[in-house]
Design a protein around this ligand. Sequence first.
Ligand code: SAM
Length: 287
Amino acid sequence: MPVPYLGNPVRCEAVLRSFDFSFRKRFGQNFLIDEDVLEGIVEASGVTGDDVVLEIGPGIGSLTQYLASTARKVVAVEIDKSLMPILEHTLDGWDNVRVLNQDILKTDIAAIAEEENGGKPLKVIANLPYYITTPIIMKLFESGCPIDSVTVMVQKEVADRIKSEPGSKEYGAISLAVQYYAKASAAIEVGPESFVPPPKVSSTVLHLERYPETRVKVDDEEQMFKIIRGVFNQRRKTLVNAVANFEGLAFSKDDIRRALSEMGLPETARGETFSLEQFAELSNRLK
Ligand code: SAM
């Protein structure tokens, strides 16, 4: 098995130059050039020699080399056709890597798990353009494809929101949406100098460990998330005022007051301090 060699600026730039590569802004191309970060991502992901990894957005293959040295198999999905000859070169010798030139949003992940891992869950590792990262995280969990963790580089502020707890100013609908499916923890802080070209923002590697079931049991998932949206769309209002007649919900103020009182909570309660368990209980009582 070859040794990973791309995680440093000199080698990365030599590869880019020899293929006359031009960065494409619309694909959010910032490539990692920091060995410590690359090793840290593999460690945070918990990948072992038993795992099949789905890597989203391999770029020139720097992280792919590290993953291939650790995992049983890596399937790397890259949208940019011009990176294909580079990946063929940088991944030469790693015989446990399969590169697919596809958009991850159009990729059949369940089929990859079936073909490569007998239908058993994959570990997902992604370093993507930041504007599509949150929709992709949600798609991965909501679609129910076999995945047991997602280790993803996100903008620091997004990581703070996703892992935040009730009552903090970052806490919101996205924290609850992700924490419904997975336990979120921040693994590494990454500065702009670890990439070429350097992005304008700081980043965090977030590890999302999927729960075997969702974190809470709720009778009507859609209704609970509508309640959550109502609360965080109008954070300053009491929960009763924010949720009554919120779009798509038909609860009166009295219905909500009654449910809160059954939960031992005052009618002045504010939803921004509610845990996921409390939102699930409220939704079940309102049903
Ligand atoms: N993982 C590499 C690294 O860390 O050096 C590259 C990271 S770069 C931030 C993001 C990569 O995702 C780029 O190679 C880009 O072309 C690719 N990408 C962007 N959108 C994608 C999509 N929808 N599906 C698959 N790959 C995508």
